[in-house]
Design a binder for this molecule. Structure first.
Ligand code: AMP
Length: 116
């Protein structure tokens, strides 16, 4: 699998504004924010390119940790009560650019629906 920019962030080889880190998960501010709060939440393992690669037998605990981190970060950044959107792009038509599974946490403004 090709090396991604996120692998370099995990290894702290390039700078990122990290807002949360555990043994298994790291989250940092998106470099091109689409909302006042825009954080990317990713697993530290690099083998899951998109949600299409999730294996419930192998990744159920990790998925729980990713979504639990989202709640923690939403509280930390003050959008838990006002609400926020979690987006998980998977594959070309979704607009996924980085082949390392990541959850976008967007908040701090009213979101539109349907999404673009
Ligand atoms: P996606 O289109 O779902 O694959 O999202 C990839 C996201 O990664 C985009 O929102 C980019 O702005 C973001 N991104 C790319 N490089 C970096 C970086 N070095 N630091 C933070 N966010 C990044």
């Amino acid at each position: 699998m090709a090396e991604t920019i996120f692998a370099k962030i995990i290894r702290k080889e390039i700078p990122a504004q990290i807002v949360f880190e555990s043994d298994t998960v790291i989250a940092f501010k998106d470099i091109n924010p689409q909302a006042p709060v825009h954080v990317l939440i990713i697993p530290k393992i690099t083998e899951i390119e998109s949600a299409r690669d999730l294996d419930p037998g192998k990744h159920a605990k990790l998925l729980g940790e990713l979504y639990d981190a989202a709640n923690t970060i939403a509280k930390q950044l003050g959008v838990f009560e006002s609400g926020f959107r979690l987006v998980l792009n998977s594959g070309a038509d979704s607009g996924q650019e980085v082949p390392h599974i990541h959850i976008h946490l967007l908040g701090g403004r009213k979101m539109n629906w349907p999404p673009g």
